[in-house]
Design a protein around this ligand. Structure first.
Ligand code: NA7
Length: 532
């Protein structure tokens, strides 16, 4: 029979955000009942699901760990400057194990429905099995790149070979055995597609790999390197300085942005993110690098983005991606020239009538980003309002985030969603994820402390605060060339209904400004919030 459980704090998601939240809630509120619900079979979130070959981060390893556990930082040897997924996953498992976090995590549980009870000041979450999880406070750690999307190509279900999304890579897949003598197809050339295609191109047993590219992406060399034991011993003494530095940079990485205005420097040094002419110069420089690296000039031209400048979409970092196309068994299909018309049992057919025969089809087609994981839950928020719905439906009029256009206060709370807090939600700076997570969890813990101190069981941002914040978020992103291009960062995913027009879904200002505004709100006694 379905069960009913009651908590003070319920967290959904056991990735870095959920684990960090759980750790801090336990520390600050020892008597509270806290639970984490997780869809996967283990901790790790992004680093649990994304186990495709070549998966690694492009944040510096040394800047990525949790700052709250100095002992683990002291014991942990990051072996590469940019850690590969298996090592990051192990690190996260180590944190969970040391703090016995799994004791309070329920795995393999998918939440389907969320109901706000205005009389009780509680949320009730109902899982797939019909079990009810009722809580006063709720922390969303759903992840902003956690809801994978398949390409909207006709016939996708007809394909007879093995097919999967990169974030659902089969756990026991062994490339040397399972890809031996196979024709591999890969759709998508974002950060994931570029990493996966490069790794597969190095697998000697494959027969061939065909990369289906809809939009060419600018990509810059990762320049990864090994970290020796001696170097790591030295770095271990530098962690305080590393975290201090991350707190001072706009995206929480170790590198600092050049503080000079583009008008103060020569052409060669201009800001390529806001200055169109400087961007064109830089893009041309990068295009010539691709021309040098790819032997076939036709393939090289296809790999050079034509409709967007360098850095106007998230720049994947690569390690030999362009050279992969110099191998005789690696080919590129330029879907700009010959769009995919449909998928058959045997492969992908393009507009020139050609059927590209495949044994395995890999979808590196990205995510319903930022709002996607929210839309997988059927929300009945304050006054029964849905959270996300298309504006052309009846529900759309009442939806809090109609057409996936988020409204928030401080990126951490949302209107008509009382007692909900978000880690890495919309309108938060992403950058170096762990740094942003630790900050958001700090803000949330302080707000919960404020509630506890005052016996509040209800907190909701005012519409005025939400409107002012939304205006600030839009203001921060003004002038950035990134706004002129469709990508997950501008809220566009053509594979998702209602996600076809651009919105400002993330905080494009500096993390320092974001933090200052959170701190000011706290110092003002949480102006902009209604408590009860
Ligand atoms: P991205 O960056 O959203 O990339 C998805 C890729 O898939 C991109 O090249 C898309 O082409 C392509 N795509 C999507 N749908 C289709 C269809 N229907 N046909 C052909 N090609 C398609 O996702 P990633 O997983 O690579 O990276 C996400 C983030 O994770 C990344 O930025 C890092 O921050 C970590 P398009 O460009 O839309 O033409």
């Amino acid at each position: 029979a379905p069960t009913k459980q009651t908590y003070d704090v319920l967290i959904i998601g056991a990735g870095l955000s959920g684990l960090c939240s759980l750790y801090h809630i336990r520390q600050r509120f020892p008597g509270w009942r806290v639970k984490v619900i997780e869809a996967g079979a283990d901790v790790g979130g992004t680093w649990y699901w994304n186990r495709y070959p070549g998966c690694r981060f492009d944040s510096e390893s040394l800047s990525y760990g949790f700052s709250f556990d100095k002992e683990i930082l002291e014991e942990w040897h990051w072996k590469e400057a940019f850690s590969p997924q298996p090592e990051t996953y192990k690190y996260i498992q180590r944190v969970a194990e040391k703090h016995n976090l799994c004791k309070d995590i329920q795995f393999n549980t998918v939440i389907k429905t969320a109901l706000w009870n205005d009389a009780e000041h509680t949320w009730t979450f109902v899982d797939e099995a019909g079990n009810e999880h009722t809580t006063t406070f709720f922390i969303s750690c759903l992840g902003f790149l956690s809801s994978p999307t398949l390409p909207a190509i006709v016939g996708i279900e007809d394909f007879k070979g093995e097919a999967f999304h990169t974030s659902r890579w089969p756990k026991d897949l062994d490339m040397s055995r399972d890809f031996a003598n196979k024709r591999i197809g890969l759709i998508g050339t974002g950060a994931t597609g570029i990493q996966t295609a490069t790794a597969i191109s190095r697998e000697p047993s494959i027969k061939s790999q065909c990369v289906f590219q809809r939009t060419a992406n600018w990509s810059a060399p990762l320049r990864n390197s090994e970290i020796s034991v001696e170097q790591m011993d030295k770095h271990k003494k530098e962690y305080d300085a590393i975290f201090k530095r991350c707190a001072e940079t706009p995206s929480c990485f170790l590198h600092q942005a050049d503080p000079r205005k583009s008008t103060e420097v020569s052409n060669e040094e201009r800001d390529t993110y806001t200055d169109r002419q400087a961007n064109e110069l830089y893009s041309e420089f990068m295009a010539n690098k691709i021309r040098e690296r790819v032997q076939d000039p036709v393939v090289a031209e296809s790999l050079i983005p034509k409709n967007h400048g360098f850095g106007t979409r998230r720049v994947p970092l690569e390690s030999g991606y362009f050279e992969a196309f110099n191998k005789p068994n690696i080919s590129l299909v330029d879907l700009q020239k010959t769009p995919a018309t449909h998928i058959t049992a045997n492969g992908i057919v393009t507009s020139d009538g050609k059927e590209h025969g495949l044994d395995v089809l890999i979808y590196a087609t990205g995510f319903n980003a930022i709002t996607g994981a929210f839309s997988a839950i059927d929300w009945h928020a304050k006054n029964g309002r849905p959270l996300i719905a298309s504006s052309d439906t009846k529900d759309g009029e009442r939806a809090i985030w109609a057409d996936h256009k988020p409204s928030t206060f401080l990126g951490i709370t949302a209107p008509a969603m009382p007692n909900m807090f978000m880690v890495l939600g919309p309108h938060q700076p992403f950058g170096n994820a762990t740094r942003s997570i630790e900050h958001a969890v700090g803000v949330i813990s302080d707000m919960l402390q404020h509630c506890k101190n005052n016996d509040y069981t209800y907190v909701e941002p005012t519409q005025k605060a939400v409107d002012e914040w939304s205006q600030h978020v839009v203001e921060c992103s003004k002038g950035a060339l990134i706004n002129e291009v469709d990508s997950w960062m501008t809220g566009v995913n053509k594979n998702v209904k209602g996600k076809t027009s651009r919105s400002v879904a993330r905080y494009a200002g500096s993390a320092l400004e974001f933090r200052k505004r959170c701190e000011d709100c706290k110092l003002s006694g949480y102006r902009g919030f209604v408590f009860a």
